[in-house]
Design a protein around this ligand. Structure first.
Ligand code: MG
Length: 397
């Protein structure tokens, strides 16, 4: 099977996992599946195992194990359950690990893959937001490559060749000085023009209806509050080793330009494409090559006008909170992420209103929680403390 890249997909039944597997399905001459990991959707995982014939599959939810075993009994495929066993799959040597689990639940497996020196195509931004210092330090020690799947970061990755060399102990290799700053674009989500007075009445059903991208529920709500872009600014800080002041954001509702890199000589290089996650995923999978997956072409004449505006902090206070958390540093981004995950889950469950999301995150950030970020265990401890505080506020609503 020389020339065929072996792939492990973490979060195989989620949105990123499905898009990745669609590319593998389309290009079986280039990719083969080594391992698949899912959270609790054992029916879907079993179906994927029958289709892609992985060597090993893992399910986080241990209670699903007997049912899953039954469904894949005719396959020559190893089967494991639980977080520890699933992280072991992430550490098994392959050409690409696709980290597609949403939320901090993805951190142990991301860390396992990074520690093993793998090339990790990462969509799990929460790992970098909460544990960016630990994950990137570990990557330098192990020689792991972290390739961004998040479309804006993938755009910067495509535009900035010098970045490729920077993930080494010798930072002078990385041409860091050629860069002035970067810009991540934002669609503005479904409520870009909704009168601010109507925000209190926003329901989960309207919040998950994103105008450009088809995504999971958590990230769709994060896009509606623009917390997603705030998390992405923090993600960019760690991925590209930049100062907060070097990371700009512009609202660009047409979503044709995904990211821009401003160089020291006045040149700006931008990446454009249709809003389809398969473009950034395919680049992270095929890098340093490109995959001809027959995407829909971007019709610039049909779009006609491209617009760019600054983020309005009154409309998107979550974005401002995230920026403040990045500048504050320390545990603030981990607290921000934990509080946001709890708040978004409560909002999707109908327990709190849309505007409560920012109130809960703000309250947790001003709580003066203490902790350190030297190890994954320490990150998880501060994450848990922040979650408990956020859950108390949810329960009091
Ligand atoms: Mg993104």
């Amino acid at each position: 099977m020389a020339g065929v890249k072996q792939i492990t997909v973490l979060g195989a039944t989620g949105s990123i996992g499905q898009s990745s597997l669609a590319l593998v399905r389309q290009h079986s001459e280039r990719f083969a599946i080594h391992g698949l990991v899912a959270g609790k959707d054992f029916n879907r995982l079993a179906a994927l195992a029958h289709e892609f014939k992985p060597k090993i599959i893992g399910i986080h939810d241990q209670t699903s194990l007997p049912a899953l075993k039954e469904l894949v009994s005719t396959l020559d495929c190893q089967l494991v359950a639980g977080e520890v066993a699933c992280s072991e799959i992430a550490a098994m040597p392959v050409d690409r690990v696709i980290a597609g689990i949403s939320g901090l639940a993805g951190l142990p497996s991301v860390m396992a893959a990074v520690s093993a020196g793998q090339t990790v195509a990462i969509a799990n931004k929460e790992s970098l937001v909460s544990a960016g210092a630990v994950v990137t330090r570990e990557a330098i020690l192990s020689g792991a490559h972290i390739l961004p799947i998040d479309s804006e970061h993938n755009a910067v990755f495509q535009c900035w060749n010098g970045w490729k060399g920077h993930q080494s102990t010798d930072k002078t290799n990385g041409k860091m000085t050629e860069l002035s700053h970067i810009c991540l674009t934002a669609s503005g989500g479904p409520f870009l023009t909704l009168p601010i007075g109507e925000f209190a009445a926003i329901t989960p059903a309207t919040a998950v209806r994103h105008p450009n991208w088809v995504m999971g529920h958590k990230i769709s709500v994060d896009s509606a509050t623009m917390m997603n872009k705030g998390l992405e600014v923090i993600e960019a800080r760690w991925l590209f080793d930049l100062k907060p002041s070097q990371i700009d954001v512009l609202i660009h509702p047409e979503q044709a330009v995904h990211g821009l890199v401003y160089f020291c000589d006045g040149s700006i290089i931008a990446q454009m494409g249709v809003a389809d996650m398969r473009t950034p995923i395919s680049y992270a999978m095929a890098w340093p090559d490109r995959l001809d997956w027959k995407p829909e072409p971007l019709d610039l004449a049909a779009i006609a006008n491209l617009t760019f505006t600054q983020v309005n902090p009154d409309r998107f206070p979550c974005f401002t909170l995230a920026r403040h958390a990045l500048v504050a540093g320390g545990i603030a981004p981990a607290v921000l992420n934990a509080a946001n995950e709890v708040a978004v889950e409560a909002f999707l469950a109908g327990k709190i209103g849309f505007l409560d999301i920012v109130r809960i995150v703000d309250s947790c950030l001003s709580k003066d929680l203490v902790g350190d970020l030297t190890t994954i265990e320490a990150v998880c401890a501060i994450d848990q403390t922040a979650r408990e505080h956020a859950r108390k506020i949810v329960a009091s609503r």
